[in-house]
Design a protein around this ligand. Structure first.
Ligand code: GLA
Length: 395
């Protein structure tokens, strides 16, 4: 089985040849100091290639968004899944820093939402039910007694229309999907558009928009698992996290918020100052026990401040830094507690527990059933809009 680096070299070389043939190749960058793979030409580019075929015969396509520094993000139109994100470390070594699979099949069976767009409702809805204007709606209970991530066939499992284009902002992939009235039990025909844009500054900008023809609920998010070391065999417990959140939502045994808003001060949930993810991940704390580590929604400071920086993760050994910006009120910080070493890792091996972390920007879990939480209702004539940016740089 070809190892990942060799495959990457093949892919970048093929892409370079295509770009050169198209007359849009730029000067090749020298191989990095470590004698690693040659970098792509200094050209913004959007490639596309087959990623396989669904059981019903529909084609899955991988789109590659690249910037002139050689950063590349791979996205497939199945679930808007980010399959790979290749980025430099402080020494200029390019490595993939998101969990995923080398081919389509594992994405079709048992994917723990690696890289996926999530909807109609990201996170949980208690009891798989909610009411709107006196009308009760029943959803799949696909997570114990609760509904998770849009149900059995959420947005992570549908085929999106994909439209690649270049703009001044960078390389863009526009994904659209019509969720029909009643799909997974939700009311209203929902037209969704998610726009991924990779900038020259290494920012993945994500804009979510949706419209409905009936009152409904919407809470979209992106479920990439990051490992900034670029080595999927290493745990993420040595990463440093800063989270601009003075409070979080304690949960019950089903990971449904109890409704209490609890200060983080003096608890393992306090990341207001940089702290390694592993420092208190196994602390003797009832909420840590319920989550099997961190698997909670933090209430982000400045909810009225609109689009702001809410989190920073650094990996000192590689020098990589991830900054997260959003206009959302909450973020689910999940430390891959359910990964169990059974899923095949890219390049070989498997994904062990805590080999990746997620920062899923969102409204709070179970908001349709908790009036005190910010509303997730969307009415006809309104536009749902949510904006998140992941900025990947080096120290
Ligand atoms: C979210 C949930 C976790 C887990 C993952 C997917 O992060 O909060 O409990 O279900 O999705 O595995």
């Amino acid at each position: 089985m070809m190892d990942r680096t060799f495959k990457q070299a093949i892919r970048i070389s093929l892409c370079s040849l295509l770009l050169l043939a198209a007359g849009c190749g730029g000067p090749k960058k020298d191989a990095d100091a470590a004698g690693g793979i040659e970098q792509a030409p200094d050209t913004m580019a959007i490639g596309q290639q087959s990623f396989g075929t669904l059981p019903d015969g529909r084609e899955v396509t991988r789109y590659s968004l690249r910037n002139t520094s050689g950063m590349e993000i791979g996205v497939i139109n199945l679930g808007g899944i980010i399959t790979d994100w290749t980025a430099p470390d402080a020494s200029g070594n390019y490595e993939d820093i998101v969990l995923g699979f080398d081919n389509l099949e594992p994405y079709l069976d048992g994917n723990p939402y690696f890289g996926a767009l999530i909807g109609r409702y990201g996170n949980r809805i208690a009891g798989g039910s909610f009411s709107l204007d006196g009308q009760a709606y029943t959803l799949a209970k696909n997570n114990g007694e609760n509904h998770l991530h849009g149900g059995v066939k959420g947005f992570d499992k549908v085929l999106w229309q994909a439209e690649p284009r270049q703009s001044d902002a960078g390389n863009t992939l526009e994904l659209t999907y019509r969720s029909p009235d009643g799909e997974e039990g939700y009311p209203g025909n929902l037209d969704v558009k998610v726009t991924y844009t990779l900038s020259e500054a290494g920012e993945l900008d994500i804009l979510y928009e949706a419209k409905t023809d009936k009152p409904t609920v919407v809470n979209l998010t992106q479920h990439s698992y990051f490992n900034l070391s670029g080595d999927f065999s290493r745990p993420i417990t040595d990463h440093m996290l800063t989270l601009q959140a003075d409070a979080y939502l304690p949960v019950d045994a089903g990971l449904i918020p109890t409704g209490e808003i609890r200060p983080v001060a003096g608890t393992p949930f306090d990341f207001t100052q940089p702290k390694t993810i592993g420092a208190e991940i196994d602390a003797d704390n009832p909420q840590i026990s319920l989550g099997g580590g961190y698997d909670h929604c933090w209430i982000l400071n400045g909810p009225d401040a609109g689009f702001r920086k809410v989190a920073t993760v650094t990996h000192p050994p590689s020098g990589r830094r991830l900054e997260v910006f959003t206009d959302e009120p909450g973020v689910q910080f999940y430390t891959g507690n359910f990964l169990d070493g059974t899923l095949p890792a890219k390049g070989g091996g498997t994904y062990a527990r805590r080999s990746g972390f997620c920062l899923e920007t969102q409204h709070y879990p179970d908001s349709p059933n908790q009036e005190a939480f910010p509303s997730v209702r969307l009415d006809p004539g309104e536009t749902y809009s949510s904006h998140t940016k992941f900025k990947l740089t080096t120290n």
